[in-house]
Design a protein. Structure first.
Length: 275
């Protein structure tokens, strides 16, 4: 395969070790985020997904190994240049008290501004569009800290959209959202990927949504990558048992054909099925 602009990874990590104080949470991790695709990280609680995402956005420095963005060490990229290339929605972002939705989303434009070019028509357009596609236009004047959990989550997503970065990292973007809004947000993420070619890396809790929306799945367990690839190849009953300690059956999703994980649990085994 010839290497073109299209398949040169923008974001990759090699030999990554991440720790808090003395405790190593992620170790010897290699990751290549396929450019122009949607990659979803799955794994049990506390396996290091958010820690990894934060390191990929330089919110946490590695103890060993390195992260490369556009072929450069992440550590060598000036902050504003980084913020024009890569946006992150952390797991539990907190907005300053009283900040309005419009102001929050406007902050997504600050990496694009300079002392000689402050707020521009481009910024105005980007903010209006981000509010529109997240359904937040009518709430633009409201304070972020007075919104419901789901509205607040959409305000943050709008900020990340307004930043217009080629690489977008999202840590559980569907938290707090009802099912209809979960689907809206995931559809929006796919639009950003398909229509604008953005590379997306997100953490999702719901394996079935991960299977539907990911081109590429990365399964983590105890700070390491245990499987990666297309959902149909990666998400098997054996993987779910290994990663989540959950016995399940996998059937094709009747809508998308992707793997649909049916957990068994202790109370619902089919009569006559082997224990
Ligand atoms: N700021 C922190 N300080 C110390 N330990 C942390 C911090 N953040 C996360 N951890 C620990 O690191 C491990 C991985 O956490 P995290 O990356 O948030 O997991 P996940 O996102 O997969 O649920 C957990 O054991 C967690 O308690
Ligand atoms: Mg997390």
């Amino acid at each position: 395969m010839t290497v073109t602009e299209q398949n040169v990874p923008e974001l990759s990590a090699a030999g990554l070790r991440l720790a808090y104080d003395g405790r190593v949470v992620v170790d010897d991790l290699d990751l290549t985020v396929p450019p122009g695709k949607v990659t979803v990280i799955v794994g049990a609680n506390a396996c290091g997904k958010s820690t990894l995402l934060r390191a990929l956005a330089r919110l946490l420095s590695p103890r060993a190994g390195r992260v490369l963005l556009d072929g450069r060490a992440l550590s060598s990229i000036p902050t504003r240049a980084l913020a024009r290339r890569l946006g992150i929605l952390p797991q539990s972002p907190v907005a300053p008290e009283g900040l309005t939705v419009g102001e929050l989303v406007g902050q997504g434009r600050s990496p694009h501004q300079t002392w000689w070019r402050q707020w521009s028509a481009d910024d105005e357009r980007a903010v209006a569009r981000a509010l529109e596609c997240t359904g937040m236009t009518d709430l633009a004047g409201r304070a972020v800290d007075e919104l419901s959990g789901g509205q607040r989550q959409r305000a943050w997503i709008a900020m990340a959209v307004a930043q217009e970065t080629p690489v977008l990292l999202l840590d559980e973007p569907t938290t707090y959202l009802d099912l209809a809004h979960q689907v809206d947000v995931l559809d929006l993420v796919v639009d950003l990927n398909r229509d604008e070619g953005r590379t997306v890396l997100m953490v999702l809790h719901d394996l079935n949504q991960a299977c539907r929306y990911a081109d590429h799945i990365v399964a983590m367990k105890a700070g390491r990558v245990v499987a990666r690839g297309a959902p149909r190849e990666v998400v098997t009953a054996a993987l779910v048992a290994d990663v989540f300690g959950l016995e399940c059956e996998i059937v094709p999703d009747p809508v998308s054909g992707t793997p649909l994980v049916i957990p068994i649990g202790r109370h619902h085994r089919a009569p006559g099925a082997p224990a």
